[in-house]
Design a protein around this ligand. Structure first.
Ligand code: GLU
Length: 294
């Protein structure tokens, strides 16, 4: 990997960084630095109704307070619609994407008629109604055409992973009925355009990886390496989030916040300056992943 390593942290600006999101930020930064690589930040503000005004700026300030400084100015997904459109056009041209006229209700009814289970993580497994045409109905969304295949991939922490996307997820949405770009398409297009070689992010996102690999293949993009980091759990035992009491990071004591994140990553606690702590963790990271020293 060496000089060709490019990593990223890709927060959705739905609120400030909290103890859970700092784990992914720190891990992606450490992995990039330990490989002598570059580290980028991408603001994933495609799902505009969920974005909170000012949250992206707060996140960047929080990262800076922790001395996690990107090597290039951050890119904002809300400004990159033309790239997503180009990718969708190509997928349609190559037969990998098709328009869909189904509402949620239509999908529920079709699944019920087939006697199939409805939900997976709160999402409906699309029964493929519009695969062979809209039957005169108006297009609402665009979907990726999955196939009868198992996607195998490797996670540096979780080991070998696999998913039969067609069966477990179904033909997934690329552009939503409300016109917004879906996370799956935006993230794959941007990781490709930015030349990301290693994706380091929270374990809650691991389940998206097979879908993203299918999109990479359909768009002729190289599949990066993957490392999904441990989650910080809230008081209710679920992933820490604003909904279960995550507090924004305290910018007055960045070392304390970083030590908590480092602890989740199995790294030793540090005292002294933030710079010294980050240096010590880089060395530990290199050792635990057997990376060569500079
Ligand atoms: N924007 C996504 C999130 O904050 C992360 C995307 C990714 O790292 O692939 O949950």
């Amino acid at each position: 990997m060496g000089a060709t390593y490019i990593g990223r942290f890709a927060p959705s600006p739905t609120g400030p960084l909290h103890a859970g999101s700092l784990v992914a930020a720190l891990a992606s930064w450490l992995d990039a630095r330990a490989h002598g690589g570059r580290w980028l930040v991408r603001i994933e503000d495609v799902d505009t109704p969920r974005c909170v005004p000012g949250a992206a700026e707060t996140i960047l300030q929080q990262l800076a307070a922790c001395s996690l400084i990107p090597d290039e100015p951050p890119v904002w997904q809300s400004q990159r619609g033309a790239f997503y459109q180009q990718a969708l056009d190509r997928l349609v041209k190559d037969g990998h994407a098709y328009p869909c006229a189904c509402s949620r209700k239509d999908i529920e009814l079709a699944l019920a008629a087939q006697g199939r289970a409805h939900e997976r993580h709160g999402e409906l497994v699309y029964p493929g109604t519009c695969r062979n045409g809209l039957g005169g109905r108006a297009a609402r969304a665009w979907r990726f055409r999955t196939r009868d295949e198992v996607v195998n991939w490797h996670d540096r922490r979780l080991g070998p992973q696999q998913q039969h996307v067609e069966r477990e997820v179904g033909d997934f949405v690329l552009r939503r009925a409300d016109g917004l770009w879906a996370y799956q398409l935006a993230v794959v297009v941007d990781d490709g355009l930015q030349g990301i070689t290693q994706i380091v992010r929270g374990e809650d996102l691991a389940d998206n990886t097979a879908r993203q690999i299918l999109l990479q293949r359909a768009l002729g993009l190289t599949t990066p390496g993957y490392l999904h980091t441990p989650l910080v759990l809230g008081a209710n035992g679920e992933k820490l989030s604003k909904q279960n009491g995550a507090q924004p990071l305290d910018l007055h004591d960045p070392l304390r916040a970083l030590n908590a994140a480092a602890n989740t990553l199995g790294l030793a606690q540090q005292q002294g300056s933030v710079a010294e702590a980050l240096g010590a963790w880089q060395a530990q990271w290199r050792d635990s992943y057997n990376l060569p020293r500079d």
